[in-house]
Design a protein around this ligand. Structure first.
Ligand SMILES: Nc1ncnc2c1ncn2[C@@H]1O[C@H](COP(=O)(O)OP(=O)(O)OP(=O)(O)O)[C@@H](O)[C@H]1O
Ligand SMILES: [Mg+2]
Length: 290
């Protein structure tokens, strides 16, 4: 007999029993910057949940929290009080990436370089430093990454186009842009794309806007469908087929220092982030073969 509870239990089983679903390893290590200067569009939520979903399925994932708010660190249950070894000390060259990486309590295969409030001053401190826009790229050198061996690196950006986000764009091969399915969603996007173009021209010619993820979709509104259609028309196959629904559970999880994947694996939010992670992984495996 079909019941909502049975359906939820079945979903939880699919999410939590990773052996039922094999996610392919990427052809080469992928470094993705999760950026959108608009605040509250789901950058952090997407970063931590995609990361957790991939890690749960045996891929090695490194999350770099590049936002002084430290939301990704919180969601991954990683200490980020002021003074904790963090991305700040890495950027100013005091410690190595591996020294700042801490395991998440969410799942194996997932480590996070946290952000503390000390990062708030970095935007200004970096201005006077040599190679100020490529500090993160240097910190993520092949040797530094080899010590952690991640298949995926996600960089969670703050809601601005300042020096921190610039560092993230210089350090990455790919940009993942979360877009909230709401009226103002597309406003500011041209500014973001313009900045990415400048980075491509001057600092990182290989940077690719590879992935767009639609977030906080509310099926009850006509507007959500209009935004979805508009984004798909514009970005075509870069937009993941999976759309993340708006769900209270997703917003509750960080309050428990958890991702939705562990907080409520049977929820639609968890399932959709797992589906999005699957799409990302399948594309990543195809990248090297095409
Ligand atoms: N699918 C969702 N359903 C409901 N709430 C969500 C969903 N995704 C994110 N939220 C909530 O929306 C708020 C903004 O999300 P999030 O922090 O991920 O955005 P952000 O882009 O990282 O924000 P910021 O720009 O401040 O870094 C948070 O309170 C989060 O819990
Ligand atoms: Mg955030």
């Amino acid at each position: 007999m079909w019941t909502p509870i049975a359906e939820e239990a079945e979903r939880a089983t699919r999410v939590l029993h990773p052996d039922a679903l094999q996610l392919p390893r990427p052809a080469r290590r992928r470094v993705l910057t999760v950026a959108n200067q608009k605040g509250g569009v789901g950058k952090t939520t997407s970063t931590v949940n995609l990361a957790a979903a991939l890690a749960l399925h045996h891929l090695k994932v490194l999350v770099i929290d590049l936002d002084p708010q430290g939301n990704a660190s919180t969601a991954l249950g990683v200490e980020h009080r002021s003074g904790t070894p963090s991305i700040y000390e890495v950027l100013i060259g005091e410690i190595s990436l591996a020294d700042a990486a801490a395991p998440s309590n969410q799942t194996d295969n997932l480590v996070c370089v946290p952000a503390t409030i000390d990062l708030a001053g970095a935007e200004i401190e970096l201005v006077s430093m040599a190679a100020r826009e490529s500090r993160l790229k240097e910190a993520l050198s092949p040797e530094a990454l080899d010590s952690l061996q991640p298949d995926y690196v996600f960089i969670d950006c703050p809601p601005s186009l300042g020096l921190l986000t610039l560092n993230a764009m210089v350090a990455a091969q790919e940009v993942l842009i979360p877009i909230q399915c709401e009226y103002y969603a597309l406003e500011g996007l041209s500014q973001l794309l313009g900045n990415i173009e400048l980075v491509q021209q001057h600092l990182n010619p290989d940077l690719d806007v590879s992935t767009i993820l639609l977030t906080m979709y509310d099926g009850r509104t006509k507007l959500a469908d209009q935004v979805t259609t508009e984004v798909r028309n514009h970005f075509q196959e870069r937009v993941l087929k999976t759309v993340i629904p708006r769900s209270v559970k997703v917003s509750e999880a960080p309050g428990f220092g958890q991702t939705i994947i562990t907080y409520d694996p049977g929820s639609r939010g968890a399932m959709s982030y797992l589906d999005a992670a699957k799409e990302l992984a399948v594309r990543g495996a195809e990248m090297g073969t095409t």
